[in-house]
Ligand binder design. Structure first.
Ligand code: TRP
Length: 465
């Protein structure tokens, strides 16, 4: 596994260390949306600097925020190894959504870690709490508005993952993940559990129907594609763009809903039931203010001539509500956002298993300083040459880390950028500046971590649910 992952030429696989950074190609191949169609309120440094570069259906969440409606945020952590700077980017995003009013759920992927990394559940729990959640608390997640749970103890997650297994098959797993006949079945189950992670916060037990956004590195997108696929396939009502003006609603008759939607075992339609369902849909659409509706139970469709593409998500949510009233799961496809990966200290990929590539959140200040001093630089080999040609901040790790992690001031950063490019700042000077910022950041983080350590338990309020 790990060599072919669905996409023809860009290699992205949630378990391998290969990583493409051709983000435009990724957007195109995975069908992500870039950020140009979204107005982000109170953008964080990750937004302002283009580090968050793509999304799926983020407008649902922004709309919920603008309309003061609920939305949730879900992320997961793999309890293996130590938390490093790269991991903190997702938490920055989660924090940002939390400040916008999102309720936060965090999955500890202890089952996945056991299945794919051989880490026992007990060990996974310990790593999650001491390595990750303690750092999340220090990074500023609010324990009152954050719920951490373990995959192994939340039966609703496992149940949902199992049930939705019906909506996919081995061919799809082969094409998304490159799985083959000899793939271990625990590896097949892990993504289904993650589907359960991502979808369960919208069940009635865990907060009800609302948009849920999943901020991730792009390596996790295969899981999102799977999740969105199975959620959509489970839906009882479809919305399509009409050939004429407006939107078209159709039914998706499945084993589970056939009798409710009026299809009898002999294949004939129960007229009364069909009419009842259609009247139900019409009533729901009226609640949204549509009066001109063309309901055609015989053909199995309802046309809304006045609706446009931008109305789709409101209508979808209404129909999912109705589906739930009729006894269906009514699952809304998750939204997601994607961030660029910060480069590793060596200029390659950042990875927990290669300490030289990254800064761990518990590195002491001396180690931190040494690591940055040795980091890959975008400077020239001699001072003369550097003054003459200038350096390249785009590949300079010290500059990059200031941009990603340590420097808040955009103007100052822009100055560093141009002064590096025109040769006024030398590579060694850039490193020194980064060391100073990083040292401040790290000392501050350590101090806060001590102060917030006692909060870890309060993140687990609904642990056993
Ligand atoms: N698979 C993720 C990882 O390798 C962990 C994870 C589990 C996750 N469930 C999730 C991430 C849900 C995002 C959303 O890190």
């Amino acid at each position: 596994m790990g060599d072919n992952v669905g996409a023809k030429d860009v290699n992205i696989d949630p378990w391998s260390s290969n990583q493409s950074t051709d983000y435009n190609r990724i957007i195109e191949q995975f069908g992500l949306s870039d950020m140009s169609n979204i107005t982000v309120p109170n953008p964080s440094h990750l937004h302002r600097r283009g580090i968050i570069f793509a999304h799926r259906d983020l407008d649902l969440v922004i709309n919920a925020y603008n309309n003061q409606e609920n939305f949730g945020v879900l992320t997961g952590l793999m309890p293996s190894g130590k938390m490093h700077l790269g991991h903190s980017m997702v938490i920055e995003q989660v924090k940002w959504f939390q400040k916008m009013g999102g309720d936060v759920t965090i999955a500890v992927a202890d089952l996945e870690s056991q299945a794919t990394r051989g880490i026992s559940l007990a060990k996974g729990r310990d790593i999650a709490l001491t390595e990750y959640i303690a750092n999340y608390a220090a990074l500023g997640l609010d324990p009152e508005k954050t719920n951490v749970y373990f995959q192994s103890t939340r039966s609703a997650v496992q149940k949902l993952g199992f049930q939705l297994g019906k909506r996919t098959n081995l061919n799809e797993f082969e094409s998304i993940y490159g799985f083959k006949g000899d793939t271990n079945l625990a590896h097949v189950q892990a993504p289904m559990v993650q589907v359960g992670d991502i979808l369960h916060p919208q069940t009635e037990e865990f907060g009800g129907l609302r948009p849920i956004v999943v901020p991730v590195g792009v390596d996790q997108d295969p899981h999102l594609r799977l999740t969105r696929g199975v959620a959509a396939k489970s839906n009882w009502f479809n919305i399509k763009e009409n050939t004429g003006p407006g939107l078209l609603i159709g039914l998706s008759v499945q084993d589970e809903n056939a009798s409710i939607l009026g299809k009898q075992p002999n294949g004939r339609l129960d007229r009364n039931k069909v009419t009842e369902v259609f009247n139900g849909i019409v009533a729901k659409l009226r609640e949204l203010g549509y009066s001109d509706l063309n309901s055609n139970p015989k053909q199995g469709t309802i046309t809304i001539p006045a609706a446009t593409r931008s109305d789709k998500s409101r209508i979808r949510i209404k129909l999912l509500q109705y589906e739930r009233e009729l006894g269906g799961m009514g699952l809304l496809s998750p939204s997601s956002t994607y961030h660029h990966f910060a480069v590793g200290l060596t200029g390659d990929k950042m990875s927990s298993s290669k300490p030289k590539t990254t800064i761990f959140l518990d590195d002491d200040l001396e180690t931190l300083t040494k690591k940055i001093r040795k980091a890959y630089s975008g400077g020239q080999s001699t001072i003369e040459e550097h003054r003459r040609i200038g350096g390249n901040p785009d590949i300079d790790v010290a500059y990059q880390y200031m941009m990603y992690f340590f420097e808040n001031d955009d103007h100052y950063l822009a100055e560093l950028n141009s002064n590096y490019r025109n040769g006024r700042i030398l590579a060694g000077e850039m490193k020194q500046l980064c060391i100073e910022k990083a040292t401040d950041w790290m000392s501050n983080h350590n101090e806060i971590r001590h102060q917030t350590e006692h909060l870890v338990d309060s993140f687990l309020a609904f642990d056993s649910k």
